[in-house]
Design a protein around this ligand. Structure first.
Ligand code: PEP
Ligand code: MN
Length: 263
């Protein structure tokens, strides 16, 4: 169903009025994790200031260590929803558990399926039964074929509103957190009719690489670029090494805006 051979024209994902995949390249920005109302409100204000319509923020955090901050759960989703509504932004947030999907529909505009859950088949089927857009992240060590099959799981249940998100894969290289597989973007766009996003944060794991990675993503045809913004990354409860503060966010947007829809 996701194959370009089945449907030659591009699928446009409609996020309560914001269209992804219609040719206009866009951004989704926000903190790694929702920590407090003040934090998400401040970030939402900055996101709005830059004319971006989508905010992210994790409330359910799939952390490598069980002793790390696990997120605020539904309370976090509510804080993010309220901050987003104050600035008329649409919300993207990760849901990890199939039984949480239905309740989450009240809070999010896009359900994110994280890299660690790309092959959580019960979760894929559950989000497939909804009519919410889904941002499906590529698994930590998933081939492009496995990634496409994961999207197929969602679509086979009736939901065609899927954005595929390249977020780097595990290789032997240690200079970056993961290896951004930049050519997966044109491959996914050739093989499927779905819009493709690039997460420059979790792929690189390095603040100094966010801008060049984002430029590459736009140049190679990504429909959406994801990065993280936090009022004070040094004290962030997760991903403090790669989130941008507001000043860095300003410089990032100033440098990246001329690269939108150039190629
Ligand atoms: C995230 O986007 O918050 C996240 C945890 O990313 P990933 O699933 O790609 O590691
Ligand atoms: Mn993060």
């Amino acid at each position: 169903l996701v194959s370009r051979k089945k449907k030659p024209e591009d699928t446009i994902v409609n996020i309560s009025g914001i269209k992804v995949g219609d040719g206009k390249q866009q951004f989704v920005m926000g903190p790694c994790a929702v920590e407090s109302y003040e934090q998400v409100y401040q970030v939402a204000e900055q996101v709005k200031k830059h004319g971006i319509g989508l905010i992210r923020g994790g409330a359910f955090k799939p952390r490598t260590s069980p002793y790390d901050f696990q997120g605020l759960g539904f309370e976090g989703l509510e804080l993010l929803r309220n901050a987003a509504d104050a600035f008329d932004l649409k919300v993207i947030s990760e849901i990890m558990t199939p039984s949480d999907v239905e309740k989450a529909l009240d809070y999010v505009d896009v359900i994110q399926v994280g890299a660690r859950n790309m092959q959580n088949f019960d979760l894929l089927k559950e989000v497939g039964k909804t009519n919410k857009p889904v941002l499906l992240k590529r698994g930590l060590a998933a081939t492009i074929e496995e990634f496409i099959y994961a999207a197929e799981y969602i679509m086979s249940k009736g939901n065609d509103q899927i954005i595929l998100c390249e977020r780097g894969i595990r290789t032997y290289e240690k200079a970056t957190r993961n290896t951004l597989d930049i050519t997966s973007v044109p491959i996914l766009k050739k093989e499927t009719h779905l819009p493709v996003a690039v997460d420059v944060v979790h792929s690189t794991g390095r603040r100094d690489l966010l801008l060049p990675a984002a430029k590459a993503a736009l140049a190679i045809g990504a429909d959406l670029v994801m990065a993280e913004v936090h009022p004070d990354p040094a004290v962030a409860l997760s991903d403090s090494a790669q989130q941008m503060n507001f000043e860095q966010f300003d410089s990032f947007m100033k440098a990246i805006n001329p690269c939108v829809n150039v190629f």
